[in-house]
Design a protein around this ligand. Structure first.
Ligand code: GCU
Length: 414
């Protein structure tokens, strides 16, 4: 993999609109041969597959097909969870055809109803037990990033992990509004550190003699997104879930992941990215906050090796991130920024949604209902939506309120 010789820490970070270099964005509605894409059919049959191929080849990497058969084990269930207000399901999904291979542990809370439940599917950073104090949640067994405050020591979960991230997971509020919540630990799919792709899911798919993904094959973000697809395989089997109303949501690196999951897996009915930034919703060509060079240096395992060609060279990339959002069209997509999270370039996230809008309109639905960056805490909840919240890089209950308002309108049609 090529990369710049300048250490990432010495890079000057652009935090001023006036310092953004001039750039021209690729037009999602111009085909490879320079002709204009003028119909939904031309988009669906040619342009979308073409752009999808470019993102696979140049950015996230191509992931393997789903395993042939869906295998899972229901580990635990209760119809009396959270003081009798909810149903809890814990399911271990086999990620490969190998019964001894890796499993993704999915925790599901559902409100008490006999109707199929529209559900948020969201990966988490510290294991399922971190999202709520509920003592029945299994502790994660996979490698975790050390964090004493969160209850991780020697890369293992301790009892202290329980509820340690609950501020980001207003489970009771979600259930009260009639939604379910399904979550899984991203490290069950691939531990989030650079080890040359020796652990996690990648080695299970190497061809004979292969020791790491090829330059156009999946990095970790594509692996996490692929894992979300395996969770969806299971959700489709569970009649308690309205599997045509599953909203994939993710924060930060997992917001990048939710966008790629939504682009690659049309079963997700809607997509929400929170503070996803560089390699997520933010336009790479702006180089505002985190740059392509910076992200590829700090996190060499997130994208594929081809993506390092665009370090300090964003204009050479045949795609930019507005086209990632266009790949989600015509499904609802909500891009969420935070005012103080300038590293993630809020304005660049807004512009991505704006410049994806022509594709939504070509497909016969509304695009982003704002021409200019909206004020802080004035959500634009059109089918392609954008919101900037006061405060920093985080997920807050008010964010969830907006996700649900958005889903009420565009997934439930309320
Ligand atoms: C770092 C990284 C971001 C990422 C974030 C996160 O800040 O530079 O790209 O989104 O971590 O995942 O919290």
């Amino acid at each position: 993999a090529m990369s710049s010789t300048l250490p990432a820490q010495q890079e000057k970070v652009i935090y001023d609109e006036a310092e953004i270099p001039n750039f021209t964005l690729p037009d999602p509605l111009v085909a490879e041969d320079g002709t204009k894409v003028e119909s939904a059919q031309a988009w669906n049959e040619k342009q979308r597959p073409y752009l999808m191929g470019l993102f696979e080849r140049e950015v996230y990497g191509k992931a393997p097909a789903a395993p042939e058969k869906i295998s899972y084990k229901v580990i635990e269930t209760s119809d009396e969870a959270l003081d009798g207000t909810a149903r809890r399901r814990q399911v271990a999904i086999q990620l490969t055809d190998d019964p001894d291979g890796p499993v993704l542990n999915v925790l599901i809370y559902l409100p008490n109803t006999d109707k199929p439940v529209p559900t948020f599917m969201t990966l988490n950073f510290y294991g399922n037990a971190s999202i709520h104090d509920d003592p029945a949640i299994q502790l994660p067994e996979s490698w975790l990033r050390n964090n004493k405050d969160k209850g991780v020591e020697n890369h293992q979960a301790t009892e202290k992990i329980r509820g340690s991230s609950k501020g980001r997971w207003p489970v009771e509020m979600i259930l009260e509004k009639g939604y379910g919540l399904a979550t899984a630990y991203y490290g069950d799919i691939d531990p989030d550190f650079d080890d040359d792709f020796q652990n996690g899911i990648h080695p299970y798919f190497y061809a004979e003699g292969q020791t790491r993904p090829k330059p156009d094959e999946w990095g970790s973000i594509a692996a996490w997104a692929w894992g979300l697809g395996r969770a969806m395989d299971y959700l489709e089997q569970n009649p308690e879930i309205a599997s045509d109303k599953v909203v994939v949501m993710g924060h930060s690196r997992l917001g990048k992941t939710s966008l790629w999951a939504g682009a690659t897996d049309p079963r997700f009915a809607a997509v929400i990215s929170n503070n996803s930034g560089c390699g997520g919703a933010a336009l790479s060509r702006r180089r505002f906050g985190e740059s392509v060079q910076r992200i590829n240096t700090s996190f060499p395992h997130w994208f594929n090796d081809n993506f390092t060609q665009y370090n300090h060279n964003e204009d050479a990339c045949p795609v930019d991130q507005h086209e990632l959002i266009a790949l989600i069209a015509p499904r609802p997509c909500l891009v969420c920024s935070a005012e103080e999270d300038r590293w993630a370039d809020p304005h660049g996230e807004f512009l991505s949604a704006k410049y994806a809008s022509p594709v939504y309109r070509l497909l016969g639905v509304e695009g982003l209902a704002a021409e200019k960056m909206p004020a802080v805490d004035e959500p634009v909840l059109s089918r392609l939506g954008y919101v900037i919240r006061a405060g920093g890089h985080d997920v807050k209950p008010i964010d969830w309120q907006r996700y649900m308002e958005f889903a009420d309108a565009h997934v439930l049609g309320k």
